[in-house]
Design a binder for this molecule. Structure first.
Ligand SMILES: *Cc1c(COP(=O)(O)O)cnc(C)c1O
Length: 397
């Protein structure tokens, strides 16, 4: 922070759905001096991250490739390893994130088959099955699924989509983007029949932005070996090497990886079931508050179906013309020290979002909800009582 800015007393609550707040243990783990690539700590750290990610993804079979990259980078890795220019992929519609991934695949020369996005609803597994059945020549190489679309706050049913591929008897690879859901919502790569899982460091994993990763099973690795798309930095085949620097196609992002190792350790110590239960409990508190706020008639859940509301992020739809979403974010951030996210893509100006994933607890969530409600009230937005409902939701569980 520049010295001319006034100090913020206390802490600003970060409630974007990524980046998310860092645990102190992660911050401390990153404050190490860089080391030469032959230092045994480099290899040990990389191995620990790979082990931790396999545990978190619940996969024995997978090769893990990590990149100095954000989520968009690993999207590109998936595209270039699995679909050459002219080949097709199927991207089921989830909103902003599926469309962004689809546009990236098209920019790299792929043909994209889409299923329609219905606002507020998860992926339609029947439409996916039909699109695969219609592809009689089996031109579709892979299905790219966004598990939780961070813009809509909707989580789709991975198991139902796996069944759709199986029912259509289509050999396409099943690729799932768990950037926003990993470490928040239940996910099991091997048991779920997922061929490639795609993640990034800055959301449920409680690390700074800068590390993207993919886990790749044997079937997907074989497809990558056959794939003729020109590539170098992202190439899985080239990165399959015992030498740490070869695994990163250059220098690994060492300090970030020390943070990642620490974060994976925190998740393992808490236990995956406990981490998922904590996210479900905190999400229920947020949803209880929104249930109260919507009584004012201008706010509502964007996700129509309670079962598909994300445990990581809640998207709150704003009645058109009721108030400026950016003004709310400004008041919440500057006066109440709660950083909220806005609406993305087609939801720009139509929604705001509260992230509730990663390193969070009941008091932090109540603080964020109270700051948000105070901001709404100070702007004169009509809302019902939200915070007391959140308190009760937490007290009763
Ligand atoms: C955040 C996000 C991405 C993109 O990650 P960046 O690190 O911002 O590039 C991709 N998919 C999902 C589901 C996300 O939430």
């Amino acid at each position: 922070m520049s010295t001319s800015e006034p100090r913020i007393p206390g802490r600003r609550f970060l409630h974007s759905p990524g980046p998310t707040p860092l645990p102190d243990a992660v911050l401390h783990a990153m404050s190490v001096q860089p080391m030469d690539l032959g230092d045994p700590r480099v290899g040990a750290n990389i191995a620990a991250c790979e082990r931790g990610l396999r545990g978190l993804l619940q996969s024995d079979a997978a090769d893990v490739f990590m990149y100095a990259s954000n989520g968009h980078g690993v999207w590109e890795a998936v595209i270039q390893n699995l679909a050459a220019p002219g080949q097709a992929v199927l991207v089921p519609g989830t909103g902003h994130f599926s469309e962004s991934w689809a546009l990236q695949a098209e920019a790299l020369g792929c043909r994209v088959v889409r299923t329609p996005w219905r606002e507020g609803w998860p992926i339609d597994a029947q439409a996916v099955e039909q699109a695969l059945r219609d592809d009689r020549a089996h031109e579709i190489q892979a299905v790219f699924v966004v598990h939780t679309d961070t813009a809509s706050g909707v989580t789709s049913d991975v198991a139902a989509l796996r069944r759709a591929l199986d029912a259509a008897r289509h050999p396409a690879l099943f690729v799932v983007d768990v950037v926003a859901s990993l470490g928040a919502a239940p996910f099991a790569m091997d048991a779920g029949g997922v061929d490639v899982a795609v993640g990034a460091s800055q959301k449920g994993l409680m690390c700074p932005p800068g590390v993207g990763f993919v886990a790749v099973n044997a079937k997907a690795l074989a497809a990558a070996e056959r794939c003729t798309a020109p590539r170098f930095y992202w190439d899985w085949v080239r990165r399959r090497d015992a030498m740490p620097y070869r695994k990163f196609c250059g220098t690994p992002p060492q300090n970030l990886l020390f943070g990642l190792e620490a974060a994976l350790g925190l998740i393992a110590d808490e236990g995956l079931d406990a981490v998922w239960a904590r996210h479900a409990r905190l999400a229920a508190a947020v949803q209880a508050a929104v249930q109260g706020w919507r009584e004012g008639g201008v706010l509502d859940f964007f996700a129509r179906e309670p079962a598909s509301r994300s445990v990581a992020v809640t998207t709150i739809a704003v009645k058109p013309g009721a108030f400026e979403v950016d003004a709310l974010r400004h008041v919440a951030r500057e006066q109440f020290q709660v950083a909220l996210a806005g609406g993305l893509g087609p939801l720009n100006g139509r929604a705001f979002r509260i992230g509730h994933l990663g390193d969070s607890n009941p008091a932090m969530i109540l603080g964020a909800l109270a700051g948000t409600e105070a901001a709404l009230r100070s702007m004169g937005v009509p809302v019902g009582e939200g915070v007391p409902r959140a308190v009760r939701a937490l007290a009763e569980r």
